[in-house]
Design a binder for this molecule. Sequence first.
Ligand SMILES: C[S@@+](CC[C@H](N)C(=O)[O-])C[C@H]1O[C@@H](n2cnc3c(N)ncnc32)[C@H](O)[C@@H]1O
Length: 237
Amino acid sequence: MTCDKNPEKIKSMFEEIAVYYDKVNNLISFGTHYLIKYLCVKELDIKPRSMVVDLCCGTGDFTKLINKIYPRAKVIGLDFSPEMLKLAKEKNPKGVFLQADCTNIPFSEKEFQYATIGFGLRNIEDRQKALSEIYRILENDGYFLHLDFGNHNKLSNIFDLFVNLLCKICKNGSEHYQYLLKSKEEFPNPNELITEFEQQGFKFIKRKDFLFGTVSAQIMQKKPKELGIDAHLLKHL
Ligand SMILES: C[S@@+](CC[C@H](N)C(=O)[O-])C[C@H]1O[C@@H](n2cnc3c(N)ncnc32)[C@H](O)[C@@H]1O
């Protein structure tokens, strides 16, 4: 059976796990997730005065890193879970956060030069809608950084075993660990994702693999869509 990613269910799951989200992240990644996020943010090389949106910001790790590394950029963290946003604000009191849904982003076209999304897209039922929204709010040549689990290999099998063990130990919340494993298993691999991003109008720029590819980041760039034949002909009328 495929994962149920009904947005209301996903939202209430993150509301429920928000308080222990950071601790669990540290535990299951053996503390590596923050370094990986740091390296991704460094890779983006954000220009001063740029507008950046951190989608599915959760407890705000990306938002905080962007604020720290690029103090002259303006970053907004966006998430639909008030509990996650509350913790993000506590961790980064000067940060700017907004409660909103990634499939209906409340910004105008081409408002941002950069968009990041870490471990978020995997949880969105209508992934294509979220991608079309990211495309819409980015300016032409703007950058999109996506980070999530990558290839299934020996190391990711060990990770799965470890999470399965946690499932057994922690009776409370075991369904959340099961959701993590299932959503990870069903999620497209980095090459498939890059194809999906390209189909939305993004150009592939760079891929960075971490932990032998079990976690992978892709940097894409928005390219304007070519005019359809009708629109093209209209120009000559
Ligand atoms: C696994 S957490 C990732 C948090 C953070 N980016 C990180 O890397 O630690 C996923 C986050 O996505 C948010 N989320 C899931 N679907 C969303 C949607 N459709 N719109 C906005 N936020 C969403 C959840 O509330 C949750 O905070």
